[in-house]
Design a protein around this ligand. Structure first.
Ligand SMILES: N[C@@H](CCC(=O)N[C@@H](CS)C(=O)NCC(=O)O)C(=O)O
Length: 76
């Protein structure tokens, strides 16, 4: 699966991104990020920051829901 979404299930920004992924019928893997910031090693390694949502599409890594939605709108 190419698309991965690092997220919190209850984050409104993540919900917004999941909505767009759903509308577009895109398959993606959801990765629930630990609530403990010190445990977010994978997220930090990938994106260089601690916030969600983060979308990974192959080599492309995007943080921030608005940027992710712009990206999805342009690419898919
Ligand atoms: N401007 C960002 C805001 C994202 C945001 O505030 N995410 C929160 C969760 S809803 C977060 O990651 N907070 C860091 C934390 O809880 O440690 C976006 O639109 O994606």
């Amino acid at each position: 699966m190419a698309l991965k979404l690092y997220q919190f299930e209850n984050c409104p920004y993540c919900t917004k991104v999941r909505g767009v992924l759903g509308e577009k019928g895109l398959e993606y893997e959801k990765i629930e990020v630990p609530l403990d910031r010190e445990e977010r090693t994978e997220l930090i390694e990938i994106s260089g920051q601690i916030m969600v949502p983060v979308l990974v599409d192959g080599e492309t890594v995007i943080a921030d829901s608005a940027k992710i939605i712009d990206y999805l709108s342009e690419k898919y």
